[in-house]
Design a protein around this ligand. Sequence first.
Ligand code: ARG
Length: 363
Amino acid sequence: MTHSKLFETIKQIKNTHPENLMARHFDEEYFLSLEQNKQQNLLKIIKSGIKNPNSQMGAYAMHANDYEDFAPFFDKLLHDYHNIDANKEISQPSNWDFSNTSCDLKNIDKTLNDVSMRVRVARNPKIFPLTGAMSKNERIEFEKLAANAFQTLAQHKDFGGKYLSLTPNSLHQINEAEYQKRIDSHQMFKDMSNDKYLSVAGISNDWPYGRGIYISRNEDFLVWVGEEDNLRIMAMQIGSNLNALFNRLHNGLEILETLLPAFAISKKYGNITSCPTNLGASMRASLHIKLPNLSKNGTDLSELEREAKSFGLAVRGVGGEHSKAGIDGLVDISPSARLGVSEMQIMQNLYQGIDRLWQLEKQ
Ligand code: ARG
């Protein structure tokens, strides 16, 4: 594509899809100021947003240092998405100390005692490219390192469990029925090659090689391998105590850090992730809650989305990203901002946001 054709396409997307942050912030002069090979790299980063005009973000980093190397581009998207003041420097605090705050949903309403709660963080090893730029060999190689770490973790008294792989003919490979069962129980990720955003970015290439999941015995601590990020480490519980959930994740993460090669972490950007939406704490904390009034029994999420947004929360259906709400008004709620906020703040944001939504629901 010639430069003028490229610029024209992006301009058009900006008009037809003002929500596409890549198109909103793409700067022709900046692009032209880059050396040719860097222009090629940037093109790869924005390809998903060009081929999918309805993208919300429209860009994926391919290497951990892309955020620094293309800071004049990425910083604008990051300020915008994560709601950081234009004149404020991006920086990422980390704080896993939850001891001074108690976030128990039962204190909002005593009926909120068996809520499905989930918190995950993303990590990527420094020694490999990010998932959009990995070769098949690198994917398999990383999975081997991870499977090795899981062999040790499997013996742990609190985190013991097993590794299940999708890699054909691998040691831990599971069959189709087992895979489907794990999808239905919301543990395993779906076939990524069906995701048009991930496939254009190269993230789902070589599916299902190098993909798998570690599951603890009581199925409350899970690690995805080879999805959008090399690792998605998560805790899942049904209950009401967010502190317990977050502590569980943190304890497991600390063990994994000792068993795996060093992760890509930047002082400015925090934990490096493929998608700029996840950068920073790289944490998505969510819970499933029935809000039939605000969601018009799951038929119309527009009011709920508006209210949730004003509290810094995002709404999804419970079948994962881009899914619809159930007829009982069951939705997935999570804080949107992950960059510039610590892990502890994210827990509080979720708790306080749910408190406010619950008051509106009950009005
Ligand atoms: N690339 C997609 C977009 O720009 C997804 C963004 C957020 N979701 C994610 N799984 N990273 O809309």
